[in-house]
Ligand binder design. Structure first.
Ligand code: ATP
Length: 720
């Protein structure tokens, strides 16, 4: 008589689908599936690609939830507190390698050992044993430099390190040579004899003859759950392949009948294969008990497993350091890129344009007997005082051009206004000026008499045509020409012994309340640039690291080992915060000491705000990494959100110039108000007591809280 064993895994009436009902992405994967895995046995799970093996395993390890039905694993429900699943009760080897490429073989095995809180000596002992069993001679080699087959062996070793009660191995033997495969099966058989339960999926059907029980998954159900011998006997076959073929054909005959009943799970008939000859007790053998919980609890009380939080934090912390430290490109990117960006900004942005040339038509000098040479000979630029104390100046146009060149706008002489304007049309010069024939005398009359005719006004006016399409340069030239006029008139008044103020524009700009008259545009932009650099760098680095962890399966595998998503996030926050701290220091040193930005307020205050903005960018990166399934999508969102945020944050154009609705939106963005706060700290010496400063902090903290809360909610309630 067969020995009766308690079930290690029991699945009842399991339903699982992906997508939403009646939507194109809807896919039913498990459909009224029952499964019993006996304790201390090897269970071979077989099925065509895409039939749902991985989905079923991920439900057993507690990473996905059934849409309906029940699962018990080692006496508890996966995901239940104290069940040890996910956690130390199981060893899980997923289909993908799911190891950090920067791990050595040793690191990979020790990583999982640490998660389970194993002692160093024990981990070393297991490392020696497993590397010898799996022929992994070079324990110091990086996983990313190993062959595919070697990587699978490391992955298997990582699942075995803590000698779990239940081993779940998804295709462990792919790519391994037959001798090694045989050794692994022998090893697993030894484990099963010792009481370990093994669930293994494989594509090598023949290999499963060494299993105690085989489950053939098809159309979301197990067609058979029998020992290999029973299957061969029942179908009178020599090979398992033939048996499966017959089984599949038989199921095909039953298919139409089942299809008609699909909508009503409770009336779906049992699979066509008889279970009576099962080597191990089938579900019917437990007919004396009322529910599966009874089956398990009557045989043994589920053990309460206590996770080792500190051990898990330590493991993830060491993993992240190894991952980061062994990736020089990433390290350089994180540390040097802010410097490169800031230096590029300080060298390129905000400085006055230089070497600007304009076309100058000086009719006054040109029509004089000496031509333009009059401007080169100061003795021809005469100052004469008349009897009634009037002052007469000649060739003032030359003085104007001289003053203009002192303000860094240089002349190219032209003969006619048409030719001068043509040069601007052709894009060779930025503007054209015409100084009228009798400029000096007309100007003298205009200043002296005030109430003059139109001709005098016209003759004393310099006409300017500029290329307004280049907004910054045209704006700069206008400013410089007004300055030129100021210094030119002051010089002329001095030459005549008259007060300079007489011809000044009667709007007097006193000393500025804040800032200086000759403040550079770079001072205005610097706070915004520093904040956006640190925000987007953090967002990019965080989303990249987290998505790479998730897409390589490291996150998932760590979660099956018992690491909670929050723990992964927390470790990342601490490490990334150190990088942001370094980036903040770099920007502060570069900006305030290297490029002499105004620092009226506390540098500590400025640094703290910058640092918090980095943290805010990091949280934004978290959110993206959790919501996006691929690098590409995350990258699109980071770069896609970069421009709108830059455009709305007020560094390119003042918020005051935006439409009302847009302005309100701009003010809620993560760094619009903080940029103003940083500017006020730098230029006005504002402190935490000033509303604009604490508002900047509040906005930053609100964004950090909001994005983190979204992350935690998403992690908690996402459909698994
Ligand atoms: N997250 C998901 N969202 C939507 N569909 C999914 C998801 N994961 C798997 N599927 C689909 O569910 C079906 C079962 O996938 P699963 O990975 O469980 O199959 P499998 O039997 O393990 O395949 P293989 O042997 O090729 O690994 C497949 O059709 C797959 O495309």
């Amino acid at each position: 008589m067969e020995e009766r064993r308690p079930a290690a895994v029991l699945v009842e009436r399991a339903y699982k689908y992906y997508g939403r009902l009646n939507k194109p992405d809807y896919k039913s994967v498990l459909c009224h599936l029952d499964m019993t895995v006996d304790r201390g046995s090897i269970y071979g799970l077989l099925g065509a690609s895409g039939c749902g093996k991985t989905t079923l395993l991920s439900c057993i390890v507690g990473r996905r939830k059934l849409d309906s039905g029940d699962i018990w694993v080692l006496g508890g429900r996966p995901g239940e507190k104290g069940s040890g699943v996910p956690g130390p009760n199981i060893g899980y080897m997923p289909q993908e390698i799911a190891l950090v490429g920067e791990f050595t073989v040793r690191d990979a095995i020790f990583y999982f050992g640490r998660i389970y809180g194993m002692k160093a000596a024990k981990m070393q002992e297991r490392f020696d044993f497993l590397t010898s069993l799996l022929e992994l001679s070079d324990g110091g080699k990086l996983v990313k430099h190993l062959s595919g087959g070697q990587q699978r062996r490391v992955s298997l070793a990582a699942a075995l390190v803590h000698e779990p009660e239940l081993l779940i191995l998804d295709e462990p033997c792919v790519g391994l040579d037959p001798v090694l495969r045989e050794r692994i099966w022998e090893f697993l058989a030894g484990l099963a004899r010792g009481g370990t339960t093994v669930i293994i999926t494989t594509h090598y059907i023949d290999e499963t003859k060494q299993a105690h029980k085989i489950g053939l998954l098809r159309d979301g159900q197990l067609l058979a759950e029998q020992s290999p011998e029973q299957l061969l006997r029942q179908f009178s076959c020599d090979t398992l392949e033939d048996a499966f073929l017959k089984l599949a054909l038989r199921q095909h005959e039953y298919a139409p009948k089942r299809n008609t009943l699909k909508g009503s799970p409770d009336v779906i008939p049992e699979t066509s294969v008889s279970r009576q000859e099962s080597r191990f007790p089938s579900r019917e053998d437990f007919s004396g008990v009322t529910s599966s919980t009874d089956v398990l609890t009557k045989q043994e009380k589920p053990k309460k497993i206590k996770g080792k939080t500190r051990a898990r934090y330590k493991a993830v912390f060491i993993k992240n350091i190894q991952q980061f430290g062994r990736n020089p490109a990433g390290l350089l990117f994180a540390v040097l890129f802010p410097i490169v960006q800031a230096v590029a900004f300080f060298l390129a942005v905000g400085h006055d344009p230089r070497d600007l040339h304009v076309a100058v038509v000086n009719h006054e000098a040109g029509f004089s007997p000496w031509g333009l040479a009059a401007c080169k000979n100061s003795s021809l630029q005469q100052i004469t005082k008349t009897e009634n104390d009037n002052c007469e100046l000649s060739m003032l146009s030359c003085w104007f051009v001289e003053e203009m060149e002192k303000h860094d706008i240089y002349q190219i002489a032209y003969d006619s206004p048409e030719a001068a304007r043509a040069s601007v049309h052709a894009g060779r010069l930025y503007g054209a000026l015409v100084l009228p024939h009798n400029f000096s005398s007309a100007l003298a009359v205009r200043v002296r008499e005030g109430d003059v005719d139109d001709d005098t006004v016209r003759d004393s006016t310099i006409s300017v045509w500029i290329d307004q399409t280049n907004h910054q340069i045209s704006h700069f030239m206008k400013r410089k020409l007004h300055k030129t006029w100021e210094t030119f008139t002051a010089r002329a008044m001095r030459a005549c012994g008259r007060p300079e103020n007489m011809v000044r524009i009667p709007v007097n700009f006193a000393d500025p309340v804040y800032g200086s008259m000759d403040a550079q545009f770079v001072d205005f932009m610097a706070p915004g640039i520093m904040i956006t650099i640190i925000f987007f760098m953090s967002a990019l680095v965080t989303s990249t690291i987290m998505i790479s962890d998730r897409s390589e399966g490291v996150w998932e595998r760590s979660a099956v080992a018992g690491v909670r998503p929050q723990e992964m996030l927390n470790v990342h926050i601490v490490l990334q915060a150190s990088v942001i701290f370094i980036q903040t220091l770099e920007l502060i040193i570069l900006g305030f000491f290297g490029y002499d930005l105004p620092a009226k307020g506390s540098l500590f205050n400025a640094g703290t705000l910058l640092f918090l903005q980095g943290i805010s960018g990091m949280c934004y990166g978290f959110l993206l990494s959790i919501c996006c399934t691929s690098f590409t999508l995350a990258f699109f969102i980071v770069t896609g959100s970069f421009y709108p945020m830059i455009l709305l944050c007020g560094i390119l154009w003042p918020v005051e110039g935006m439409y009302q609705g847009v302005r309100a939106l701009a003010l809620t963005l993560p760094f619009t108000i903080p940029i103003k706060s940083l500017r006020d700290i730098m230029e006005k010496g504002a402190t935490m007591a000033d509303p604009i400063v604490y508002q900047g902090y509040l906005v930053t903290l609100a964004w950090i809280s909001f994005t983190l809360a979204m992350c935690y909610l998403r992690l908690r309630y996402q459909k698994l």
